[in-house]
Design a protein around this ligand. Structure first.
Ligand code: 9MR
Length: 554
């Protein structure tokens, strides 16, 4: 039987209404879903801003903010290799020509001051067969920046993908320039892929330093200055609090080196160093100048040139001496008596002085040695002395600075060199010293024998020069780990060393510890300093402020 027409129309109408209602429900549901996706996106962005980011995978085939540190490296997103689950792409870096070259990412927009971040990157080496690869962070821009290694491994091409992972607490973000980057400290040309980079808050944040501690400088106020190495990172916030609480003198970790002050001939860049110096002076601290003549962090043009056929050659003695003298005169006059002393020459002695009585034969074969000759050290001191003689009102001491001087052969070679140079000078100026002081850097390990440090110290004092301990740190533990036992052993050596320094305080003008905390040290993997990465005093601090008590209790 057929349905009457009116009934059929009514059914169709009903179906139409049901469809409309369904469409409306779906529409409302989708709209709500959209909104919730938006809300989630917003929340993710907010979370990113506070807590870093989870992963960069290059799957969108862009470099996601990575760029070459030098700009001359070639960075390509490629599908030749991949580490991401279900992904296809990685970032390839090739065409490096210096150890510091590599892919770098700005991270300041993710950083909340005082918070610690865990950084991870996966790396696959392309060539050579083996290379050291490291993950680092740069804090600040320009000559007074700080560079800290967060993780390092020596890897092979057949290792496949390797993870580098470390952590850093950004206690001063005022520079607005923070990067993470991958480099190779032992191979200027190594090429590699990176993938799956993450940068996440560990949830640990600090807002102040321990205020109840005895300032280190106070423990030695009647004996010698207590210094530390600084970068621009140390000039604000809680790092500045730590600096001004415990130290009364500073050395620029990098900012006053030749490569920073005169990277290209005749173009002096003083602003970064000036800022360090002026801020330190305003805070009542003394400044030591480091360094005028060195074989590292020194621009190649100072003592070498490239021939027309593309070969490197050493400059003539006259050309190189002229560069050296101009640099010394300009820099010493620029800082004038804002500094109390200068490392005029740094690290001129080789590590293996088999015959220390022949100090000339023991010299490091550096570009200055080859271009000027074996009297380049004397020439550098003469140039600096000449500037000081023109300014008799300045009281600035001229230092020779070196490491491993607890090694008796090396210290004897340095002793013989300083003795001969000063004796030569006294033939003309009987009452005067050309070299006023010797800086014993003191990059030690827990196994350093303090008796050797004392022997060398006494030997230098016998020369009639003043001595400074100029770059003290004591490596302990490894891989950013330090057991209680190792921390106490380290404290014990610091205590023994400071007892020796105290005993000889009459001849020591300054003891400078090379950095404040393990987190920012050039040797952060081996925990060498007085404060840990949370700026908390370690046993090393207690060993320093009261050596006798520490030794008695341990
Ligand atoms: O502390 C400095 C570090 O940031 C640099 O990367 C390094 C590069 O050479 O130089 C460090 O300081 C050195 C100092 O100038 C001379 N003696 C050895 C120090 C540690 O390498």
């Amino acid at each position: 039987m057929r349905t009457p027409l009116t009934k059929r129309i009514a059914i169709l109408f009903l179906i139409f209404v049901v469809i409309l209602v369904c469409m409306f429900i779906v529409h409302v549901y989708m709209k709500e879903k959209d909104v919730s996706i938006d809300i989630e996106d917003e929340a993710a962005k907010v979370r990113d801003a506070d807590e870093g980011f989870r992963l960069i995978t290059f799957e969108d085939q862009t470099m996601e903010g990575f760029e070459g540190r030098a700009g001359s490296e070639t960075l390509t997103v490629t599908d030749e290799e991949n580490h991401t689950d279900d992904g296809k792409y990685a970032l390839k870096t090739e065409g490096r020509t210096s150890t510091w070259h590599g892919p770098s990412l700005r991270v300041e927009k993710y950083v909340d001051e005082g918070t610690e971040y865990r950084v991870s990157v996966w790396v696959k080496l392309i060539e050579p067969e083996n290379s050291q690869i490291q993950l680092s962070t740069q804090i600040g821009e320009g000559t007074s920046a700080n560079y800290v290694n967060l993780a390092q491994k020596t890897i092979s091409t057949w290792d496949g993908w390797i993870q580098l992972e470390g952590a850093y607490r950004y206690n001063n973000v005022s520079s607005k320039y923070l990067t993470i980057y991958v480099e190779s400290s032992d191979n200027a040309e190594a090429s590699f892929y990176i993938d799956d980079i993450s940068f996440e808050s560990t949830g640990s944040k600090i807002e102040k330093i321990q205020s109840e501690l005895m300032p280190v400088k106070q423990s030695y106020e009647d004996e010698f200055l207590i210094g530390t190495a600084i970068s621009s990172e140390d000039l604000a916030g809680i790092r500045f609090d730590l600096l001004t609480t415990h130290f009364n003198s500073v050395t620029a970790g990098n900012a006053m080196k030749p490569g920073e002050l005169q990277r290209t001939k005749g173009n002096f860049t003083f602003s970064g160093a000036d800022n360090l110096v002026d801020t330190s002076l305003d805070a009542g601290m003394k400044v030591h100048g480091h360094t005028l003549v060195w074989h590292q962090q020194s621009p190649e043009w100072m003592n070498t040139a490239i021939d027309t056929d593309g070969n490197m050659r050493y400059l003539s003695r006259e050309e190189a001496l002229d560069n050296m003298r101009t640099h010394i005169k300009t820099v010493v006059e620029h800082f004038a008596d804002k500094v109390i002393s200068w490392d005029v020459v740094n690290e001129a002695m080789s590590d293996n002085s088999t015959n220390p009585s022949d100090w000339k034969a023991s010299l490091r074969k550096s570009p200055w040695y080859y271009s000027v000759g074996e009297d380049y050290i004397e020439q550098a001191f003469l140039a600096a002395r000449e500037v000081l003689d023109e300014h008799p009102d300045w009281d600035i001491k001229l230092y020779y600075n070196d490491y491993n001087l607890d090694n008796q052969n090396k210290s004897l070679a340095v002793y013989n060199m300083v003795k001969e140079i000063n004796e030569n000078y006294q033939k003309v100026y009987p009452e005067k010293l050309l070299i006023d002081g010797i800086g014993m850097q003191g990059h030690y390990t827990v196994n350093t024998n303090p008796a050797n440090v004392e022997l060398s110290l006494e030997r230098f004092i016998d020369l009639g020069v003043e001595v400074s301990i100029s770059e003290l740190d004591v490596q302990a533990g490894s891989n950013y780990q330090l057991s209680e036992r190792q921390a106490n052993d380290q404290g014990y050596l610091y205590a023994q060393l400071f007892n020796i320094f105290r005993k000889n305080a009459e001849h020591i003008s300054r003891v400078t510890i090379w950095g404040m905390d393990d987190g920012t040290s050039w040797r952060s993997a081996t925990n060498p300093l007085l404060f840990d990465k949370n700026l908390k005093a370690k046993p090393a601090y207690y060993g320093v402020i009261n050596p006798d008590k520490f030794i008695e209790e341990h």
